[in-house]
Design a protein around this ligand. Structure first.
Ligand SMILES: Nc1ncnc2c1ncn2[C@@H]1O[C@H](COP(=O)(O)OP(=O)(O)OP(=O)(O)O)[C@@H](O)[C@H]1O
Ligand SMILES: [Mg+2]
Length: 488
C-alpha cells in the first residue's frame, strides 16, 4: 500500500514537470533546515559575545573592588606617614601629593561601584550590583565616609601652619586606623561577592549554551528525520522512476526495433516472393514459348514441309509429260523453282523457330548452323570458338542459343558490322558466352530510358532465370559486346 505522502508526490507530479517539482521541494526543505540552523548558530554567537563582554565588565569590577582595598591600605599608610613627619621628612611632599590622588581615586571608584557608574579610560563598564552587594555597600558606606572625611581633614590640614599640628592630626588618624580594618574586611566580602556572582553568571551562560547546543542538536535530528530523510526518500523515488522509465523506454525501443526488423524482413520476404513468383511466371512463359515454337517448327516440317516435298515429287512426275509449247515448259520450271525455294524457306523458318539440331546435337552445332545461314544471306563474317563445350543441360543450351540468336539478329539489323565474334567457354562451374560485333555501337542509357524492343530485356531475363548474369557493353563507333555467365 503506498503511503499518503507517496500519493501526494504522485498527484503533484501529475500537475508539474518532475524536475521542477523535485527542485522546488528540495529548495524549500533545504532553506527551512538551513534557516533553523543559522538562527540557532547566530543566537549562540550573540550569547557568547554578550557573555564575553559581561565577563570583561565583571573582571574589571572585581579588579576595581580589589583596588579599593589596596587604596584604603595605602590611604592609612600615607595618613600615618604624614602625621609622623619625623619618620619620612624627606618624602613629606610626595606623600601630601599622593594622599590627594588616593582620596580622589578611592572616592570616585567607591561611588562608581555603588551607583553603577564605572567608567575607565573612556570606556563604560556595567556594574551588576545585586541586592546583596547593594546592602553590603549600604553597610560599608558609613565606614567609608568616616575614613574619607578624616583623610580629607588630614589632607586639608597638613600643609597649613597650625600649632600643635601633630596633636591635631592624631584624632583623625586614629579614626582612620580604627575603621580601616573593618573596611578591609567588608570590602573583602564585597570582592568575593562580585567574584561569586560573576562565576554564577558564567555557570548560567554555560547552561544556556548547553541548552542551545541541545536545541540545535535536536533540531538537526528533527531535520534529519522530517526533512533530509523524506528528501532522500523522494530522491530515491525519483531516481527509481527515472530508472524505471529508462528501462521501459529501452524495452519499448527494443520492441520497436524488433517490429521494425520484422517489418523490413516481411517486406524483404514479400519482395523475394514477388521476384520468385515473377521468375516462375517468366520461366513458364518462356518454356511455353519454347515448346510452342517446337510444336510450330514440327508442324511446319512434318506438315507443310512434307506436303511441299510431295508437291515437288509430283511435279517431277508431271515434268515427264510433254508440254504444249516451250512457254508452258518454262512456266513449269519456274513453278518447280518456286516450290524448291518455298521448301527451303519453310526449313529455315522451322530451323529458326526451334532447330532440332539444338536438342539433338547441342548448342555448338546449332550456333554453327545459325552463323552459316546468316553468313549466307549477309556480308557478315563469323569467328566462332567453343572451348571444352560438351552437352549441357537443356535449359542452358536453349538460353545460350536464344541469346546468341538475338545478339546476331541485332547485329545484323543495327550494327553495320563486318565481323561477329562468338565464344562459348565451359568452365567447371560456369558456362560463359561472349558475342561481340565491330559495328557502330549504341548508347545503352538512351535505350534503357526508351521503351525499345524486348530483345535485350529477354536476353537478361533468360540469363537471370538460370541465376546467371548478363552484361552489355557498347560504345559509339566501337561495337557492342554481350557477356553472359550461367552457373551449372
Ligand atoms: N549490336 C547492336 N548494334 C547497334 N545497336 C544495337 C545492337 N543491339 C541492340 N541495339 C540497339 O538497341 C535497341 C534495342 O534492341 P532490342 O533487341 O532490345 O530491341 P529491337 O531489336 O529493337 O526489337 P526486338 O528485339 O524486340 O525485335 C535496338 O533498337 C538498337 O537500337
Ligand atoms: Mg532485337
Amino acid at each position: 500500500m503506498p503511503s499518503k505522502k507517496t500519493l501526494q508526490i504522485v498527484d503533484y507530479q501529475a500537475t508539474k514537470p518532475l524536475d521542477n517539482q523535485v527542485f522546488n521541494r528540495l529548495t524549500r526543505l533545504y532553506i527551512m533546515a538551513l534557516l533553523a540552523v543559522a538562527i540557532l548558530s547566530l543566537l549562540g554567537q550573540l550569547l557568547i559575545q554578550v557573555f564575553l563582554n559581561s565577563l570583561l565588565d565583571d573582571s574589571h569590577v572585581v579588579n576595581i573592588a580589589g583596588r579599593q582595598r589596596m587604596l584604603s591600605q595605602r590611604l592609612s599608610k600615607t595618613a600615618v606617614l604624614l602625621c609622623r613627619p619625623q619618620i619620612f621628612q624627606a618624602d613629606a611632599k610626595f606623600y601630601s601629593q599622593d594622599i590627594k590622588e588616593i582620596i580622589n581615586l578611592w572616592e570616585l571608584s567607591h561611588d562608581a561601584l555603588k551607583n553603577n557608574n564605572l567608567r575607565t579610560e573612556g570606556r563604560a563598564y556595567t556594574v551588576r550590583n545585586s541586592e546583596k552587594t547593594d546592602s553590603m555597600f549600604r553597610e560599608i558606606d558609613p565606614i567609608f565616609r568616616v575614613i574619607l572625611a578624616n583623610a580629607k581633614l588630614i589632607n586639608a590640614t597638613i600643609n597649613k601652619p597650625i600649632k600643635n599640628q601633630q596633636e591635631f592630626l592624631q584624632k583623625p588618624l586614629n579614626q582612620i586606623l580604627a575603621h580601616e580594618r573593618l573596611f578591609l574586611k567588608m570590602m573583602d566580602k564585597i570582592v568575593f561577592q562580585y567574584d561569586l556572582e560573576s562565576r554564577e553568571r558564567v555557570a548560567m551562560t554555560k547552561k544556556i549554551e548547553l541548552y542551545l547546543f541541545i536545541l540545535l542538536f535536536s533540531i538537526l535530528i528533527v531535520e534529519g528525520a522530517f526533512i533530509f530523510r523524506p528528501i532522500a526518500n523522494n530522491i530515491r523515488l525519483v531516481i527509481k522512476k527515472i530508472t524505471d522509465s529508462e528501462s521501459i523506454l529501452r524495452q519499448t525501443n527494443e520492441v520497436l526495433l524488433a517490429t521494425q526488423k520484422a517489418l523490413v524482413q516481411a517486406t524483404e520476404d514479400k519482395y523475394k516472393l514477388q521476384l520468385a513468383e515473377e521468375k516462375v511466371r517468366a520461366a513458364s512463359l518462356m518454356e511455353g514459348q519454347e515448346s510452342e515454337r517446337k510444336r510450330l517448327a514440327q508442324d511446319l516440317h512434318d506438315g507443310i514441309g512434307q506436303m511441299l516435298t510431295g508437291l515437288r515429287l509430283h511435279s517431277e512426275k508431271v515434268k515427264s509429260f510433254s508440254f504444249i509449247n516451250a512457254k508452258q515448259e518454262k512456266s513449269f520450271d519456274e513453278l518447280q523453282n518456286l516450290i524448291q525455294e518455298t521448301i527451303e524457306a519453310t526449313r529455315t523458318v522451322s530451323f529458326n523457330l526451334a532447330p532440332s539440331v539444338l536438342s539433338d546435337f547441342g548448342v555448338v552445332p546449332a550456333i554453327r548452323i545459325l552463323t552459316e545461314q546468316v553468313a549466307k544471306i549477309s556480308d557478315l563474317k563469323f569467328d566462332f570458338q567453343a572451348l571444352n563445350v560438351r552437352r549441357l543441360p537443356e535449359g542452358i543450351e536453349v538460353c545460350l542459343y536464344r541469346i546468341t540468336q538475338e545478339a546476331i539478329h541485332n547485329a545484323v539489323k543495327y550494327s553495320k558490322a563486318s565481323l561477329i565474334i562468338i565464344q562459348i567457354t565451359d568452365n567447371k562451374d560456369v558456362v560463359k558466352l561472349l558475342v561481340a560485333d565491330n559495328g557502330e555501337g549504341f548508347e545503352i542509357k538512351s535505350i534503357r530510358k526508351s521503351l525499345g524492343g524486348s530483345g535485350l530485356k529477354n536476353m537478361q531475363a533468360r540469363a537471370e532465370l538460370l541465376n546467371g548474369s548478363f552484361k552489355i557493353q557498347s560504345k559509339i563507333g566501337k561495337g557492342t559486346t554481350i557477356k553472359v555467365e550461367i552457373p551449372k
